[in-house]
Design a protein around this ligand. Structure first.
Ligand code: F6P
Length: 322
């Protein structure tokens, strides 16, 4: 392998730039050529590619978003899209691909690597933390901290006005962000996809807190197309006639921002790990960090939808929010 292509794909995540920097610099240090692919798989299909030097990645470690841009490609999952992407790789002389992205992006990499003879290495770049085989994904810690800051502010209003707030956070199909931010913010409850929620029980729990001494309440709700924060606020509001029940959807402000030290370090370690993996002849794996060790996880495993969710976190929140 002489030339490595690097791209970011799917939703941007803080720390993606630190990962681009790490792959580029470690690659060049070890004698590889690096080619940057813009706009994810879209750019691979359309040939939006340029050679990168160490200067291209200078000063980006602390920047949110991704300098390579990103996209959710509709064409890449098709046979024709993948064929065109492969032709671009051949034309550009790229013989290994490093894809920084989440579940969908790494699924794309796995399918591509199965069909064509190309070495694909994934880096876990997503705020959702839903990739199997790595303790954390790049971007998750920054987003956790962003949510915590936002909810702390909402708490000021909730306490001052004595209100009930349902705060909706991202996470797609995973409740890591919701559950852990609820713990970090001292919220009263979290509604997550990993656990079913009985609305009557939730209302009863909230009432118990109010009867005891609480004058405000915050519930963190993991996003869901049908049962988001609005749904739960509507369902319980009649139970709290003396309270103003409000909804706050944090939305995309959760995705941007300067990455935390943890995310920069995770991105740097896995970026260097990607180059080491290529030099060791590894193929079609994701580089993660488990128990503070860099690990290689087969792409087919990384995209599993059942990343273990520690149910003890539910107890921690319940015991502390009485
Ligand atoms: O996967 C990251 C994520 O932010 C999810 O939490 C969220 O469901 C989704 O992306 C939103 O994507 P988009 O910005 O494309 O609407």
């Amino acid at each position: 392998i002489k030339t490595i292509g690097i791209m970011t794909s799917g939703g941007d995540a803080p720390g993606m730039n630190a990962a681009i920097r790490a792959v580029t610099r470690a690659g060049i240090s070890n004698g590889f050529n690096i080619k940057a692919i813009y706009r994810g798989y879209e750019g691979l299909i359309n040939g939006e590619i340029k050679p990168f030097t160490t200067e291209n990645v200078s000063g980006i470690i602390g920047m949110g978003g991704t300098i390579l841009k990103t996209a959710r490609s509709k064409e890449f999952p098709t046979d024709e899209g993948q064929q065109r992407a492969y032709e671009t790789l051949v034309k550009e002389g790229i013989d290994a691909l490093v894809v920084i992205g989440g579940n969908g992006s790494l699924t794309g990499a796995m399918e591509f690597a199965r069909k064509f003879d190309i070495c694909c290495i994934g880096l876990p770049g997503t705020i959702d933390n839903d990739l199997y085989g790595t303790d954390n994904t790049i971007g998750y810690d920054t987003t956790m901290n962003t949510i915590m800051e936002c909810v702390d502010r909402i708490r000021d209003t909730a306490q001052s006005h004595e209100r009930i707030f349902f705060v909706e956070v991202m996470g797609r199909d995973a409740g890591f962000l919701a559950q852990n931010s609820a713990i970090a913010c001292g919220a009263e409850a979290a509604i997550i996809p990993e656990e079913s929620t009985d609305v009557d029980q939730l209302a009863e729990f909230m009432k118990r807190g109010i009867r005891k001494s609480k004058k405000s309440c915050i519930v963190i709700v993991s996003e869901s197309p049908k049962c988001g924060a609005m749904y739960y606020a509507d369902r319980v509001k009649n139970e709290f006639p003396d309270y103003d029940v409000r909804v706050s959807i944090l939305g995309h402000l959760q995705r941007g921002g300067t990455p935390t030290a943890r995310d920069r370090i995770l991105a740097s370690r896995t970026g260097v790990g990607a180059i080491e993996a290529i030099m060791q002849g590894q193929r079609n794996i994701m580089v993660g960090v488990r128990n503070n060790e860099v690990v290689y996880v087969p792409l087919s495993e990384a995209i599993r939808s059942d990343k273990p969710f520690d149910k003890k976190l539910i107890k921690v929140l319940e015991e502390l929010s009485i």
